[in-house]
Design a protein around this ligand. Structure first.
Ligand SMILES: Nc1nc2c(ncn2[C@@H]2O[C@H](COP(=O)(O)OP(=O)(O)OP(=O)(O)O)[C@@H](O)[C@H]2O)c(=O)[nH]1
Ligand SMILES: [Mg+2]
Length: 326
């Protein structure tokens, strides 16, 4: 692992690929690896590209990559695909479209499967983004399909969230608008070569007028046609403006703190849940509790509270340092 990491940090792409696979597959040395990687991160600009299926996220990512390459920046692309047969096809399409970068050392593209993580965003996405950051990629684009929860999760991985929409989505936009406005730093109305793009842009502006705005940042609505590269400069400029806004007045640091807080909290949650269930099983309470809930004698929240109480009492009551052994 150390040899692979040294090589990856020197720019060896095969080693980087293998490390990403390790992380993606939850290799037992992932923690150790990320421990070495983490101090080298924090240099890249990270941009999430999210939105409903088929609106042109990958096309936009490809076009933005061209723009950043022209500015001499190294670009990493992480495409997080839901594990559906539908997107299996899309992934293949992405690969074909992305072939133009196959010989460019300054571009690294990786698809991640979500592996039954129903929220949409692979838990590995964050680690992979950090690996690319450590390996010297200066702009990292993370593409996710906007499917409820993943939209919120993407905020926890990147600095700037670009939400892509396209005309012809029908009522979807109404259903999604709360989520969209909550997370968008930049809104892109793609496929403006089609009718109704102007309407959609006006609709989004109207929604923004009503939304409680972030202090001093109103997400710009950029009308684009990614396939033809139309509006691309504006998208890149909007991302740059957002970066400049974040960089001023300690906002970047504040946003990072919030992300780190939620990352640590969710890691604690995972450890604690596993410990608690394990404890209840060892104490012989688990099956009884599950049965009580199954038979509707106990409500699930009450059951969880009871188990938690027992767990805490056991830790304090018998003078032992607690179920985790300290
Ligand atoms: N007319 C038009 N079609 C576009 C434009 N941009 C992308 N497309 C097409 O829309 C289809 C979907 O594009 P993708 O870039 O794969 O969209 P996506 O959002 O990444 O799709 P998923 O990852 O499957 O959710 C493709 O056939 C693109 O060629 C555009 O500006 N105008
Ligand atoms: Mg795509």
């Amino acid at each position: 692992m150390n040899t692979l990491l040294d090589a990856a940090l020197q720019g060896d792409r095969l080693s980087l690929s293998r490390l990403i696979s390790m992380v993606e597959n939850g290799h037992p040395e992932t923690g150790e690896l990320m421990g070495r990687v983490f101090p080298r991160t924090g240099k890249a600009r990270t941009i999430g590209i999210t939105g409903p299926p088929g609106v042109g996220k990958s096309t936009l990512a490809g076009a933005m990559t061209a723009g950043y390459r022209a500015a001499g920046l190294k670009v990493g692309i992480v495409a997080v695909d839901p594990s559906s047969p539908f997107s299996g096809g899309a992934m293949l399409g992405d690969r074909l479209r992305m072939q133009r970068w196959a010989t460019d050392e300054g571009v690294f593209i990786r698809s991640l499967a979500t592996r039954g993580h129903p929220g949409g965003l692979s838990p590995a996405a964050r680690d992979v983004t950090r690996l690319l950051d450590a390996a010297g990629f200066e702009v990292i684009l993370v593409e996710t399909v906007g499917a409820g929860q993943s939209e919120v999760e993407i905020m926890e991985v990147v600095q700037t969230v670009v939400v892509v929409m396209a005309p012809g989505l029908g009522d979807d936009i109404q259903a999604q608008k709360a989520g969209i406005l909550e997370i968008a730093d930049v809104l892109v109305v793609n496929k403006s070569d089609r009718p109704d793009a102007g309407n959609l842009a006006r609709q989004l502006e109207a929604m923004l007028d009503l939304a409680p705005a972030q202090p001093s940042w109103r997400p710009p609505v950029v009308v684009a046609a990614a396939q033809e590269g139309k509006g691309l400069e504006e998208v890149i400029k909007a991302c740059g403006d957002h970066w400049n806004w974040l960089s001023a007045g300690g906002r970047l640091q504040a946003r990072l703190s919030r992300r780190i807080e939620s990352e640590i909290a969710s890691l604690i949650g995972r450890i604690a849940a596993a410990e608690l269930v394990d404890f209840a099983k060892r104490a012989g309470d688990w099956e009884a509790v599950v049965r009580a809930v199954t038979e509707r004698r106990t409500e699930p929240r009450v059951a969880a509270d009871q188990l938690w109480e027992q767990f805490c009492c056991a830790g304090r009551g018998n003078g032992s340092p607690g179920p985790r052994g300290g």
